[in-house]
Design a protein around this ligand. Structure first.
Ligand code: COA
Length: 246
């Protein structure tokens, strides 16, 4: 049985390069061009380092996850508008305006490609949950990015959210990992991440050509990418799925 250690990312800058090599390939390039993340991520690192963790297996980086603390009233109607982007903004502005946080919003988790399917993501989620409760946060929520949704970009998230197997668990493996930790589905998170670029940007990010204006299916995108050649703009509005752990 391998030895798993949970570390705070900011305390192990010696592992930065190893972590980048482990996690960067698990994401599509366009994800790294969200302007809201760009605007807030430095302050997230400064304000909330305790909720940014890595799992080391025999000293090697195998999984990671991070979240942000924010105030939430426990109601679906009170979830941050704009999902992932909204949660980032709410956490940072909440901190700057001394609004007390009561909820950890888990923003992302990733597992090194050769260690996926071994339950490590669940361990990362559990470690974040533990940090939330040990610091007095009452709730844990997440704008989940279902792994399988990119195969169904034409299906609205509200429909996809209902696609359960006969055992009552979801057909999506990443939603299942949350469910096994007793998380439940709350609601769709429309416009969770909005990414805009020129047509050339989108061609570079995706390795595809977009010769005409219109909607396109893009690998690893959960929704269609809208290309407008006249305005020289590509727009992607990703819908995520709010889930609640605590
Ligand atoms: C999504 C992710 C975090 C899951 O991590 P994990 O440690 O592999 O998760 P688990 O071991 O709990 O596996 C969950 C399920 O996914 C399945 N699975 C894991 N990796 C898989 C893969 N590469 N392909 C297909 N299924 C996979 C497992 O078999 C398991 O299915 P089961 O419910 O039938 O047992 C990981 O695949 C990943 O890093 N993906 C890229 C980043 C990402 O999309 N993160 C999520 C959005 S924040």
């Amino acid at each position: 049985m391998a030895d798993i250690e949970v570390v705070t990312t900011s305390e192990r800058h010696d592992l930065d390069q190893e972590a980048e090599a482990a996690f960067r390939p698990t994401w599509p390039e366009f994800i790294f061009h969200d302007p809201v993340t760009d605007a807030y991520i430095k302050r997230v690192e400064l304000y909330f380092p305790y909720y940014d963790i890595m799992l080391l297996e025999d000293g090697k980086v195998v999984a990671g996850g991070w979240g942000v603390p924010l105030q939430w009233d426990g109601q679906v109607s009170g979830l941050p508008d704009g999902g992932y982007d909204g949660a980032l903004a709410s956490a940072v502005t909440g901190q700057e305006n001394a609004i007390p946080a009561d909820t950890l919003c888990i923003m992302a988790a990733a597992v090194r490609a050769d260690r996926q399917g071994a339950g490590l993501a669940g361990k990362a989620l559990a470690a974040l949950r533990e940090r939330a409760t040990s610091t007095g946060l009452l709730h844990v929520i997440a704008p989940v990015r279902p792994a399988l949704k990119s195969r169904y970009p034409l299906t609205p998230m509200d429909n996809f959210a209902r696609w359960m197997r006969t055992d009552g668990l979801h057909i999506d493996p990443w939603i299942r990992t949350h469910q096994r930790l007793s998380a439940s589905i709350l609601a769709s998170a429309p416009r969770s991440m909005v990414i805009k670029g020129t047509v050339a940007d989108w061609e570079e990010w995706t390795g595809m050509a977009f010769p005409e204006s219109g909607p396109y299916l893009v690998p690893d995108a959960l929704d269609l990418v809208d290309i407008d050649r006249e305005q020289n703009r590509g727009t992607y509005e990703e819908t995520n799925l709010w889930m609640q752990h605590l």
